[in-house]
Design a protein. Structure first.
Length: 312
């Protein structure tokens, strides 16, 4: 397999995925592919089922029907719906952040990133107290963990605040810190649930720079849910659009931006009314102009989220 083929093959294949809660069909017969080394955005109006898809991929829900295949770079493949949720990060190398942030606010930035590597350090210790003090392997792993943490703090433009409490950071910086923490787990697929929620334009630009850096320097594939269409259109290679749990569009950002079905879904009108609305609005990029996201983020300290990442 040549380098071009390897970078363009599928890391994630979702096939005929359905998720039912009693009589409610939250996801219906959904299929899409996320390609290795690319940024794939999963978008749609509120209630479209995007987070439910993430929950199925990361093991929080077991789908009613369908297959979710994760293809690792080493050639191994995993049916995620068959793995216990705690094994998905470790074996399939999937990391996830949630819409809201929960950092260890009283710990420093550096300590937050070291926590993400806890299981790796325990493995190096031989899972013994004596190993924490006596094993040369543990000392080496500890030094490597600090080096990796500082590397990602630098990539997130936070290294100058490594010894500050995480709770003292501005909200946008906390977003980047959580992504840096996820990257310390060495994921092959990074799932981000609304990483730009509540960010101002300057913070969104810093987020975009971090995500593009991850894509270009690590080859990590990114799957994101995002309501900020300017972010989606700027950084995504591939966009999948949901409405009421079903896929209505799938393609590159330009094709999705001008798809009448997508515009109709976001405006809440019938397909045949789209041309009339666009004439009145006078802008084909109407999707990027819509305030389609949730209420502004409440900020640090009010979330119930956590991060799941590889632990080996």
């Amino acid at each position: 397999m040549n380098a071009t083929t390897q970078m363009n093959d599928a890391i994630l294949q979702v096939e005929h995925l359905s998720m039912k809660f009693g009589g409610l069909v939250a996801i219906g017969d959904l299929s899409f592919t996320a390609r290795r080394g690319e940024i794939t955005a999963l978008i749609g109006p509120n209630g479209a089922g995007k987070t439910t898809v993430f929950n199925c991929i990361t093991g929080f829900y077991k789908p009613s029907e369908g297959m979710i295949t994760l293809n690792r770079a080493d050639g191994s493949s995993y049916l995620l719906e068959r793995l216990p949720n705690h094994e998905i990060p470790a074996r399939a190398k999937v990391a996830r952040t949630f819409q809201n942030i929960r950092l260890f606010s009283g710990m420093t930035l550096l300590e937050n990133l070291l926590v993400a590597q806890h299981n790796k350090l325990m493995k190096a210790s031989g899972y013994t107290i004596l190993g924490l003090f006596g094993f040369s392997g543990y000392r080496k792993a500890s030094a490597e963990s600090v080096e990796l943490a500082k590397h990602w703090l630098e990539k997130a433009d936070l290294v100058d605040r490594a010894d500050d409490p995480a709770g003292d950071l501005p909200y946008g910086a906390q977003r980047r810190l959580e992504i840096a923490r996820a990257m310390c787990t060495g994921p092959e697929l990074l799932c981000l649930d609304e990483p730009a929620a509540g960010l101002n334009p300057k913070e969104s630009a810093a987020l975009n720079e971090l995500l593009m850096g991850i894509k270009h320097t690590t080859g990590t594939s990114i799957l994101l849910i995002e309501h900020d269409m300017s972010v989606v259109m700027q950084i995504s290679d591939h966009v999948v659009v949901l409405e009421y749990g079903r896929k209505i569009s799938d393609g590159n950002p330009q094709s999705v931006r001008t798809d009448p079905r997508v515009i109709a879904a976001y405006l809440g009108v019938d397909d045949e009314e789209v041309e009339t609305v666009l004439t009145e609005v006078g802008d084909e990029d109407v999707i990027e102009q819509l305030d389609i996201g949730p209420d502004a983020a409440h900020g640090p300290g009010t979330s119930s989220s956590y991060l799941a990442g590889p632990v080996s």
